[in-house]
Ligand binder design. Structure first.
Ligand code: AMP
Length: 214
């Protein structure tokens, strides 16, 4: 509350051309692969008019266009490993910089380690922005494997069709990505959401958490 008051006073003195846009809502939709981030992000962007940035989708777009970046990303994605940080962060920054006039961003699949979290904070800070909330969708490992194998029947993603690759993605999440939750928890920005239930129920839980941060 006190921080909000200070930001409000700073915004008034900074004037209308200030790079600070305190009304932006920047959300990290977080959780293991197959926890429903992509599906829920599509509904959330509609309700709040945000830009959905999925690093996985950006990589798949590059692969589809057979670019150099796509070829590089594919060699990691096929094994369920993380694409190197410098490549991923550069691509994410380009996307954010190319879309400055939005009500906010919803990050899906990024950040995937603490180094990426620090980079995201810097990218947003340059714009006078910050991450408002991290929403973690909690889904247990066996349910995830089931969901991804099911998705693999129609997604056309090779990393969705092989159980050992799926389990590798889950263990990378547990080892490297889960600490991102603690990173934002220290800043009192992390919220856990039960990711089991109907799409509508999960959406309601997410929007209640978003509205509580306003
Ligand atoms: P996703 O669509 O989020 O499940 O991502 C699919 C794959 O893209 C991951 O298994 C990684 O190989 C790669 N990827 C997506 N986002 C990132 C990221 N932030 N850092 C590194 N690799 C990523």
């Amino acid at each position: 509350m006190f921080n909000k008051l200070i930001q409000w006073v700073l915004d008034i003195f900074a004037g209308p051309n200030s790079k600070s846009n305190n009304s932006m809502m920047n959300i990290i939709l977080f959780g293991p692969p197959g926890s429903g981030k992509g599906t829920q992000a599509s509904s959330i962007v509609e309700k709040y008019n945000l830009l959905h940035i999925s690093t996985g989708d950006l990589f798949r777009y590059e692969i589809g266009n057979s670019t150099e970046l796509g070829l590089l990303a594919k060699s990691y994605m096929n094994k369920g490993e993380l694409v190197p940080d410098d490549v991923t962060i550069g691509m994410l920054k380009n996307k954010v910089d190319a879309n400055p006039d939005v009500a906010g961003y919803i990050f899906d699949g990024f950040p995937r380690n603490v180094y990426q979290s620090e980079a995201l904070d810097r990218i947003l800070d340059e714009k006078g922005q910050t991450v408002n909330v991290l929403l973690q969708l909690d889904v247990d490992d066996e349910e995830i494997v089931k969901r991804i194998l099911n998705r693999g029947k129609t997604s056309g993603r090779s990393d969705d069709n092989d159980e050992s690759i799926i389990r590798n993605r889950i263990s990378i999440f547990n080892d490297e990505t889960a600490p991102v939750y603690n990173y934002y928890e220290k800043l009192e920005k992390s919220v856990r959401i039960n990711g089991i239930g109907s799409l509508e129920d999960i959406f309601d839980r997410l929007t209640a958490a978003i509205d509580a941060t306003k």
